[in-house]
Design a protein around this ligand. Structure first.
Ligand code: FES
Length: 584
């Protein structure tokens, strides 16, 4: 029986590979499995006795960030063949941030189910996940974690840096920035079209440190992808080299029997959280890491993200919090260079898909450009970026990316302007009669996992036009929604419990005083308890939006933000199919 580096054994049937249950049997089932495979033109020599490697591809023409993954799959196949494996590519549902409505997050768990059940039910010994756009990465990892056969992730890589009139522009941090410039009349419609044309110059995912880039970096920090893989631009030939290497490595991983549950340990999660803070990554990563932990049975409280924040230096100067873009990050040394700056904060003994440790993977990694990646002795900030708040407005927690906020708003008191939902917001935000000033606190409710549904990225509430014209550039904004990883501002997100299930956000009224104190990690609704109780007794949940199908399932079973928004029944894992007999 093959053994892993740590001495554990692979549960592959009777010590044999899973696929041999399908292809090596001499009964009618074996005949059927082989004969239909041969319809593709392959011969016995191509697959008999070889590990079968699934290439789980989230390619789709509806998902622009993943549209190049068919080509990347060819590189993976080459690698698998070089190592004596038999590659089979298969499609799964794909989730595109820019086109899918109301939000890809509504469908993350559905894609995860597709990935899990595809892996579980087919004769695969190992799998390479091809991912790119924001939710395709976590959905694939969640599914693979529950299926728990040897797995390597290959992310699609970021787009080249955007360009406009000699300036580097990033998707989509500069969309928000220039849209506000347009609304304030500081750029023209013609400028706006030029920006649209210069923003997305190549295949790949958004090239700021948005959610897709963050999840690629976090995947690398977890040990699920080959070292250095997160930052290589999508169209750089070195990404195809990486994919080919992953194809070779997955065969070794199958032989070693190293599975996601061996890699996704508490120590690996702590490494990922350290890197998340060091790169000033997207708040969305918190939700996804919580969901992964639930799949593999690791205790990962929301509070841990805050506990590791203050002691982790912010090192990577990328938009939206900083200045540069992913292409620059790649040339500067990428994730290995970041991790090599903070070895004392990492669990260097954690094992990875290289079948080596984190410490071995990052040995010798150097910063090439110290403007883009700062050294640990010269950080952008001594502490990390993402804090967890608690208080009367968010008893189960809320999150805030403090590096994206104006420092003057991190301690703030102001009167609430409440928007009942996204439609109310759209209708009133630019109304000249809207009562607001620079101290106002914008509150959006019914934007959470159940209420929206799917917790869309509505948390980056637009600043009222009349305040923009007065020169106000930031405002405290609070919601039970998420925010694009490319957004910025004094924005409190993921308020739990959400308003649609009766969280305190549902009880806020116009003019209520709200107090934020980031130094104390507090967010409070300063309203008398008796008054709040009276409001609660007359509160009624909003009508359900979905009465059938997947969306009804989502509303019934989705967990709150502080638990990662997975479905309650998807936590943990199920045994993969080992018995390939057809029961007629
Ligand atoms: Fe796909 Fe941004 S739209 S990563």
């Amino acid at each position: 029986m093959p053994t892993m580096r740590n001495g554990a054994s692979f549960e592959g049937g009777n010590g044999a590979r899973r696929s041999s249950e399908w292809f090596d049997r001499q009964d009618l089932d074996g005949f059927l499995h082989r004969s239909w495979l041969k319809s593709s033109g392959v011969t016995d020599d191509a697959f008999r006795g070889r590990p079968v490697i699934g290439i789980c591809n989230s390619w789709s023409e509806l998902v622009n960030c993943n549209v190049h993954l068919r080509g990347l799959a060819e590189s993976v196949k080459r690698g698998v063949l070089q190592s004596g494996g038999f590659p089979l590519e298969f499609p799964v549902m794909s989730l595109g941030e820019s086109l899918m409505k109301p939000t890809t997050m509504l469908y993350r768990n559905l894609m995860a189910m597709d990935v899990e059940e595809s892996i579980r039910s087919y004769p695969l010994d190992g799998v390479v996940l091809l991912t790119g756009c924001d939710k395709t990465n976590p959905a694939s990892i969640m599914g693979a974690a529950s299926a728990d056969i040897p797995t390597i992730v290959v992310t699609g890589g970021p787009m080249l840096n955007g360009r406009w009139r000699g300036r580097e522009i990033g998707s989509c941090s500069d969309c928000w920035h220039y849209h506000e410039e347009l609304r304030a009349g500081r750029i023209t419609e013609a400028d706006w079209v030029e920006i649209e044309n210069g923003m997305s110059r190549s295949n790949g995912h958004c090239m700021t440190m948005g959610t897709a880039s963050t999840m690629a970096c976090v995947t690398e920090a977890l040990g699920l992808t080959l070292p250095g893989g997160a930052a290589i631009p999508a169209v750089d030939s070195r990404r195809r080299h990486l994919a080919e290497a992953a194809g070779r490595q997955i065969v070794e991983l199958v032989d070693a029997g190293l599975r996601p549950s061996d890699i996704l340990t508490r120590e690996a999660f702590e490494n990922a959280i350290r890197v998340l803070h060091a790169i000033s990554g997207s708040t969305n990563a918190i939700l996804h890491l919580l969901a992964y932990a639930g799949r593999v049975g690791v205790e990962l409280p929301l509070q841990l993200f805050d506990d590791l924040c203050a002691s982790t230096p912010w090192l990577v100067d990328l938009k939206p919090a900083g200045r540069f873009l992913m292409e620059d990050f790649f040339y500067a040394g990428g994730v290995p260079a970041v991790m090599a700056q903070i070895p004392e904060l990492l669990h260097l003994e954690a094992v990875t898909v290289t079948n080596r440790t984190v410490g071995e993977n990052i040995a010798g990694a150097e910063i090439i450009n110290r403007d883009v990646i700062r050294s640990a002795s010269d950080p952008l900030d001594a502490g990390g970026a993402l804090v967890v708040l608690r208080g009367t407005l968010c008893p189960d927690g809320a999150v805030m990316k403090i590096t994206a906020a104006g420092p003057e708003l991190l301690q703030h008191e102001g009167r609430a302007i409440v928007f009942e939902d996204i439609h109310d917001l759209a209708a009133r935000v630019d109304d000249p009669e809207l009562e607001c000033d620079a101290s106002s606190v914008m509150v959006l409710r019914n934007a959470g996992p159940v209420g929206a549904p799917g917790m869309p990225e509505w948390g980056h509430l637009p600043i009222p036009a009349k305040l923009l014209r007065e020169g106000v550039s930031d405002l405290l904004r609070i919601s039970d929604a998420r925010m694009s990883g490319t957004s910025y501002g004094a924005i409190v997100l993921h308020v739990a419990p959400e308003s649609a299930v009766g969280g305190p956000l549902a009880l806020v009224r116009n003019g209520d005083l709200i107090r934020l104190d980031v130094s104390k990690r507090r967010l409070d609704l300063v309203v008398d308890a008796a008054e709040l109780e009276a409001r609660r007794s007359s509160w009624e949940p909003p009508p359900r939006k979905d009465e059938r199908g997947y969306r009804q399932l989502h509303a019934d079973r989705v967990l709150q933000a502080n638990e990662g928004c997975d479905f309650d029944f998807l936590r943990g894992k199920s045994a993969v199919v080992q018995d390939a007999v057809t029961y007629l």
